[in-house]
Design a protein around this ligand. Structure first.
Ligand code: GDP
Ligand code: IMO
Ligand code: MG
Length: 423
């Protein structure tokens, strides 16, 4: 039995979906523990590309059961369109292989309107949210005004909750069809019912039966509401600690934390990013890495790998092994830079600064490593990698003190180098 958490070690889009899909081959359960359809995970299987937002990335493996646990916020409309799109493509999604927590919170249409209006009011302080209602839905959860999956099942309960919220005061000037929403969401609840269960009990029972389980995080460490670059973060806890809360499992049941990091860094939305490349080099990484958002289609900001931020992610998550993705994107470069510290007001710092003003003024200090010219995207044997690619991998392992157990060199399942220990 193994229970592992998969976390993004950066600002999201590290390739968590691909890694989860590969590992899910040997998993009994894949559990999403936080976030909502702000996530976008692209998984390529053969000639087919799947874009998943809410459904865990294990769904493309026939023997794997997928769970949306209590920590997730669910937009039922998106959920059903995703289920139906998968079913149309021949992927089984049924109450046998897909479960939804009865206490997960619901994103209502009003949350989406609020997400937009709050962003508009922020002017130059915009977060650049995905506009999916994530922040307002989590706000209602924490302020104890949220609607949960189980509330959808009774029209009376749902009506009371929605009416008591007085949405007309919070979103003035709009002709809200509140009764229509109550009807629609009650109907969604009835449609969800076959999948709804006590997922903490389900997951813990699977643990007692010694099953193999992945707890899959969305977003990434730097978007964590506590430990990320607040306020330019999401409204949940993508870090490993969030997995225990978001799935209802005890920390002593976790065997390891797998941190997924790209061989460089990307960020979508606003907020500081010291190693960002705003020049042709950044454009090159964006084009080669196809760095355009899975959810919103926005261009991802690109930059060099930041060891200060990576070591911080390793610390706050307790990362025990690294998956290094998109190494192929660095093919053809003369040299590769890696940030090892920041210069701030004449001082050198190597510990991640919690003060956003300090982080915003951080001037990266770089090591420069030689690049490689070869195309590595078809290699599956570590020892066949160009010497400079091997040196880059060893360099990251040495600077972080964490083993790199998997290297991804393309979006397909077979574009993966599995390593148990580095040669
Ligand atoms: P996630 O949100 O962490 O699951 O990541 P996304 O799916 O949003 O973004 C990662 C993108 O990179 C997807 O389009 C993947 O198909 C692609 N990808 C994943 N691993 C690799 C890799 O090793 N090399 C290349 N070139 N693309 C990859
Ligand atoms: P995956 O799971 C990258 C970013 C948004 C914005 C901030 C807050 O695919 O890695 P939100 O809508 O959550 O309130 O937006 O977080 N963001 C992501 N960036 N990947 C994601 O998910 C993201 N989910 C949210 O761009 O900056
Ligand atoms: Mg993504």
């Amino acid at each position: 039995m193994t229970v592992k958490i998969i976390v993004g070690a950066q600002w999201g889009d590290e390739g968590k979906g691909k890694i989860t899909d590969i590992l899910a081959e040997n998993m009994d359960l894949v559990v999403r523990y936080q976030g909502g359809n702000n996530a976008g995970h692209t998984v390529v299987v053969g000639e087919e590309t799947f874009k998943l937002h809410l459904i865990p990335s294990g769904i493309l493996n026939k023997n794997c059961c997928c769970v949306i646990a209590n920590g997730v916020v669910i937009d039922p409309e998106v959920l059903f369109s995703e289920i139906e799109a998968l079913q149309k493509r021949g992927i089984a999604v049924s109450p046998q292989n897909f479960k939804i927590s009865s206490i997960a919170h619901i994103i209502l249409p009003f949350h989406k309107i609020l997400d937009g209006s709050q962003e508009a009011r922020r002017h130059e302080e915009k977060i650049g949210t995905t506009g999916r209602g994530i922040g307002p839905a989590y706000t209602d959860k924490v302020s104890r005004n949220g609607v949960r999956v189980m509330d959808l099942l009774s029209r009376e309960k749902l009506a009371k909750k929605i009416l008591n919220h007085h949405w007309e005061n919070q979103i003035p000037g709009q002709n809200l069809d509140i009764e229509g929403v109550i009807d629609q969401y009650h109907a969604f609840g009835l449609k969800m019912l076959p999948y709804v269960t006590d997922t903490s009990l389900f997951i813990n029972t699977a643990m007692d039966e010694k099953r193999n389980i992945i707890l899959e995080g969305a977003q990434g460490t730097m978007l964590d509401v506590d430990h990320g670059t607040y306020p330019f973060v999401t409204s949940s806890s993508p870090i490993s600690g969030g997995a225990c809360i978001g799935a209802g499992v005890g920390p002593h049941k976790i065997d390891g934390v797998l941190g997924v990091t790209k061989a460089y860094v990307t960020r979508v939305g606003e907020g500081p990013f010291p190693t960002e490349l705003t020049d042709a080099q950044g454009d090159h990484l964006r084009e080669r890495g196809a760095e355009f958002g899975t959810t919103t289609g926005r261009s991802r900001r690109c930059g060099w790998l930041d060891i200060v931020a990576l070591n911080y992610a390793i610390r706050v998550n307790g990362i025990t092994e690294i998956c290094l993705t998109k190494l192929d994107v660095l093919d053809g470069l003369d040299s590769i830079k890696v940030c090892t510290g920041y210069r701030v007001n004449g001082e050198i710092i190597t510990a991640f600064p919690l003060d956003l003003d300090v982080f915003s003024n951080a001037d990266p200090i770089y090591d420069t490593l030689p690049g490689w010219k070869e195309d590595i995207s078809q290699l599956t044997d570590f020892n066949k990698l160009p010497a400079n690619a091997i040196a880059y991998i060893h360099y990251i392992a040495e600077k972080t003190g964490v083993e790199i157990n998997l290297i991804s060199v393309g979006s397909r399942r077979n574009q993966t180098i599995h390593l148990l220990t580095l040669a």
